[in-house]
Design a protein around this ligand. Structure first.
Ligand SMILES: Nc1nc2c(ncn2[C@@H]2O[C@H](COP(=O)(O)OP(=O)(O)OP(=O)(O)O)[C@@H](O)[C@H]2O)c(=O)[nH]1
Ligand SMILES: [Mg+2]
Length: 691
């Protein structure tokens, strides 16, 4: 592939609700531009972009993939993203490294929840957007209804740059409102505007000019004087208006049949800014200063790793260059790891295909294998000019599973494979839950987690089973109490003796543990006070009700007794531990459970069902908001009630609801539930001990 300068590059992400035809669009673009000789198909697993095993099995994308499309002396780096909400992490990564987003709206369904989700993600990055009303050839398409759905559900000044010629199976092409001619069929043939559309086209053309004039004051003046604008000015004005968020062009396409795909490629090339047209990039220098440099080959080197993928050939790091030129077979500095890394041979990626290239210019996107310790979000730079680019923002996880390695060899490989999984996917997290001794994998939904587990099997050969995680309860007390404990052992040899008087006081439920001594006059000496504290701390791992960690307690040793010969530190540890448990039992012990702040967004029609359902989940509703046709509820809900929420919400709303959840605090378990939970925990422990 030929080398392209920064100004000839366009980086765009295709984003949409699940299944709006993103991958098919890219397959068509690859085929049309001669990059492939047969058009790939999502359904039969031949799509260049859906090359992961899981994608072929599901006939749907699960990861972002890149297609460099050579088009009229430009290179369009198109990032095809997955539409399924579980993979929003891939969308966020793609949006971070592009200058524009093509938002596909399925022509029959109109705007869907996933459309809104990715729309907001692109909006947060201030990216210029184009709407493509897609799959125009489907039965029952009503183009006007689709456009209305865009206007009703998304915020923006939506300006059609085309009029569709026919709709549904009779979709033939589009009227291009810039050149004022028709583009027909899969050969994109030029033809005059159909006579019955001339009038509508004239009116729509004026609307385009007006939108363009708003992009720039000078253009607006020129437009007022001359009542029209030359073509180059219209494109320039639209581009400026898009960058200021003043205008969102609307196009129509049917990529499966290949109709009106070329005009979309033209729009990408003409309307989205080149990487050097969006102003300088911002980075943090070694001294902590924020610095700016133009996106240019002559700026200091700054290449951002936005994705990492385990490939049969090794670790593949996806790079976006902001400043300077990355050369094959060079040495660069990883500013985050603060170490030198060797760049082997650089590649352009087309799906999984690797095209070796000598260098990657500022603004371009490529990949490199086996980049040492470098991970996603790291910046590669010059050793002498260290620069760090801002990390990709990802949402907190909303689903969890407990994972159990199957065999002894799986146990041995577990943590290493989990580390590799999470380094490939920054919306995936794992930890060992101290309260339940379970290994927890957390992510963006059940499908996300299922795929991660499969990946561990397929890519790393680790077999594991999953289960619904146990809730990591805590135990605490509700009042002050005291206890006295004497530890005495005087059977032959050296004896042991320790006596302590302890008081426990309740702290905030989310506080940890505190210890104090009120020993005056030396009834126990300092080393034994310390040993008593150590004993109390030993008791924190397993509380007296059901063996969960103890929080929110202050223990005070206020008296005691020691023996000149038989008192030893170990004796005071035992007395501290047992005395603490005894005092806790007297202090109204209760169980605490994790409470999450949950935000649920659903079509307003579903609101009644959602509220009714929340009632059964012990939720405390904090507020409700209306946003267009959507309702948003915020509620505090115990984790124990949220275990299967993503599936439940999907079935309550036919997939039209979304939610997020963030840990908030520990709350009290209602007393009528406590005994049952405690009994189950004890039974589990007994079963565990007998095995
Ligand atoms: N009628 C019609 N069907 C299409 C068109 N484009 C795609 N499809 C079909 O729509 C389905 C989804 O297409 P994809 O290209 O996988 O959509 P996607 O947006 O990549 O889907 P995700 O990656 O799952 O979000 C497939 O069955 C395609 O064959 C089109 O132009 N017309
Ligand atoms: Mg896809």
């Amino acid at each position: 592939m030929k080398e392209y300068k920064t100004s000839q590059i366009r980086n765009v992400a295709l984003i949409s609700h699940n299944g709006a035809g993103k991958t098919t669009f890219v397959e068509r673009a690859l085929f049309n531009t001669g990059a492939t000789t047969r058009m790939g198909n999502v359904q039969n697993g031949t799509a260049v972009m859906d090359f992961e095993e899981e994608e072929m099995a599901r006939n749907s994308s699960v990861a972002a993939a890149i297609a460099p499309i050579e088009w009229r002396d430009h290179k369009l780096n198109i990032l095809d993203t997955p539409g399924f909400a579980d993979f929003i992490g891939e969308v966020n990564a793609a949006l971070r490294v592009v200058e524009g987003a093509l938002v596909l709206v399925e022509a029959v369904a109109g705007v869907e929840v996933g459309t809104e989700l990715v729309w907001h993600a692109a909006e947060q990055q201030n990216l210029p957007r184009v709407i493509v009303i897609n799959k125009m050839d489907r039965d029952n398409v009503r183009a006007q209804r689709a456009l209305n759905s865009v206007r009703d559900n998304l915020k923006g000044n939506f300006v059609p740059l085309q009029l569709p010629i026919g709709e549904g199976p009779s979709f033939k092409g589009v009227v291009d409102l810039l050149s004022m001619e028709a583009r027909l069929g899969d050969k994109d043939e030029r033809s005059p505007i159909p006579p019955d559309m001339v009038e509508a086209a004239e009116a729509a053309h004026m609307a385009v000019i007006e939108a363009a004039a708003e992009g720039d004051d000078a253009l607006m003046e020129k437009y007022f004087e001359e009542d029209t604008l030359p073509d180059e000015d219209i494109v320039r004005g639209l581009k400026l208006a898009m960058q200021q968020g003043l205008c969102v062009p609307v196009l129509y396409s049917a990529p499966q049949a290949g109709i009106a795909v070329v005009p979309v490629l033209n729009a990408i090339m003409r309307l989205f800014p080149a990487p050097d047209e969006v102003g300088p990039f911002t980075a943090v220098a070694a001294n902590g200063d924020t610095v700016e440099h133009p996106v240019s080959d002559s700026s200091p080197l700054a290449a951002f790793v936005f994705k990492t993928r385990e490939d049969p050939y090794g670790k593949m790091s996806y790079l976006r260059v902001y400043g300077g030129v990355v050369e094959s077979d060079s040495r660069v500095w990883d500013a985050n790891a603060d170490s030198e890394v060797r760049v082997g041979s650089l590649q352009l990626l087309r799906g999984k295909e690797q095209i070796p290239i000598p260098r990657l210019h500022a603004g371009d996107i490529g990949a490199v294998v086996k980049l040492g310790e470098t991970g996603t979000n790291d910046t590669l730079c010059d050793r002498g000019r260290k620069l760090k680019l801002e990390a990709i923002q990802q949402p907190p996880p909303i689903a969890q599973v407990a994972i159990h390695p199957v065999s002894q060899s799986d146990v041995a490989k577990l943590s290493q494979s989990l580390n590799r999984l999470v380094s490939e996917d920054l919306t995936l997290h794992w930890h060992t839950e101290q309260a339940t001794h379970e290994t927890i994998l957390a992510g963006m939904g059940n499908t996300h987690l299922e795929i991660a587990v499969k990946k561990a099997q397929q890519k790393f050969g680790v077999n594991m089973t999953t289960s619904v995680p146990l809730i990591p309860y805590r135990e605490t007390i509700t009042r002050t109490a005291q206890a006295e404990y004497t530890h005495k052992k005087q059977t032959g040899g050296a004896g042991q003796y320790a006596r302590v008087f302890l008081r426990v006081e309740s702290l905030d439920d989310d506080a940890g543990f505190e210890f104090a001594s009120e020993i005056f006059g030396g009834s126990i000496s300092a080393p034994f006070v310390a040993a008593t504290e150590k004993g109390c701390r030993q008791a924190l791992d397993a509380g007296p009700i059901a063996g969960y960690p103890v929080v929110g307690v202050k223990a005070i040793v206020y008296d005691g007794k020691e023996h000149p010969v038989d008192s030893k530190e170990i004796a005071f540890q035992t007395a501290g531990r047992e005395g603490f448990k005894k005092a806790m039992m007297e202090a109204g012990p209760i169980m605490l459970e994790p409470i999450y702040m949950v935000t649920i967004t659903v079509p307003s029609d579903n609101m009644g069902d959602i509220m009714g359902d929340l009632n059964t989940r012990r939720a405390r509703v904090l507020g409700m908001d209306q946003d267009g046709t959507k309702s948003i509820v915020r509620a505090e809900v115990p984790l124990a009630e949220m275990q299967a929420y993503s599936a439940d919400l999907r079935s309550m709303t036919q997939g039209r609801g979304v939610f997020s959840m963030v840990f908030q605090n520990y709350g009290r378990v209602p007393s009528h539930m406590q005994e049952k939970i405690a009994a189950e925990a004890r039974a589990r422990r007994e079963e565990h001990n007998t095995h």
